[in-house]
Design a protein around this ligand. Structure first.
Ligand SMILES: [Zn+2]
Length: 245
């Protein structure tokens, strides 16, 4: 029997369209018309590697500019919402944003999948680092603010990813997610730049603002603010952890 494909965000089985995209030999490119999520199905046996080489590609001049913009934006959001000062950045990559936030005076911790790369960042940039599968590694610390820029779309388990953010935050803590969205794309889906990653199966899920809100609300968050960046074809959501009863 053919196994039904279900949306990794809203779980519908009946609103899935298979896209005519040929990248990736053993996977399908699907779109959920119910919540607007694009996703790859099934998870490939061999997934993309996020090692030192992968991360050191992102040392381009534009990456420095982006790090500055995000550090300022995060600092202003924390002041505006009177959030606490402990920040975790998931998938911090070059760690430039985190390094800048530390200079401003925040208590920062980074996270990377690769142990080798995380230790390299810790050593070279003098930053506290965590490593491992973000969704499933037990981390003891509690944070006031979690930031993840262009990270959640790489997760094959976005629900568990959101649950982990909730677990790691203090009550009333904030998560700020920046991720690609298809909402500004008006061309043919097959040509879309966020499908054209170095490894063709890097972006497991591309959210719509609707599906990202749905995911966060379902897993214990209240949406505070949604913004878009048309130039990057991305959506940013700030959400607050709902206080436990
Ligand atoms: Zn869906």
């Amino acid at each position: 029997m053919k196994k039904a494909i279900n949306c990794p965000i809203c779980d519908t089985k009946t609103n899935i369209v298979e896209l005519k995209i040929t990248w990736g030999k053993n996977t399908k490119r699907c779109f959920c018309t119910a919540c607007g999520t694009y996703f790859i199905w099934p998870e490939p046996a061999k997934t993309a590697v996020y090692d030192t080489k992968y991360n050191e590609y992102f040392h381009r001049p534009g990456d420095a500019r982006k790090a500055g913009i995000m550090a300022e934006r995060i600092a202003q959001m924390i002041y505006q919402h009177e959030a606490g000062h402990t920040i975790l950045e998931v998938g911090c990559g070059n760690a430039w944003t985190l390094w800048l936030l530390k200079q401003i005076g925040f208590d920062v911790t980074g996270h990377e999948l690769s142990e080798e790369y995380a230790l390299k960042i810790a050593r070279e940039k003098k930053l506290d680092m965590l490593y491992g599968d973000f969704e499933y590694t037990v981390y003891n610390n509690e944070y006031d603010f979690i930031y993840a820029g262009h990270v959640i779309e790489h997760s094959w388990y976005p629900k568990d990813w959101a649950i982990q953010c909730n677990n790691l935050l203090k009550n009333k803590g904030y998560v700020y997610i920046d991720t690609p969205t298809l909402e500004f794309y008006d061309g043919r889906l097959g040509d879309y730049k966020h499908f054209r990653t170095r490894n063709p199966e890097e972006h497991a899920v591309i959210f719509s603002s609707k599906s990202l809100k749905f995911l966060l609300e379902k897993h214990g968050f209240k949406i505070q603010k949604t913004t878009f960046e048309q130039n990057y074809h991305s959506v940013q959501i700030l959400a607050q952890k709902v206080e436990n009863e």
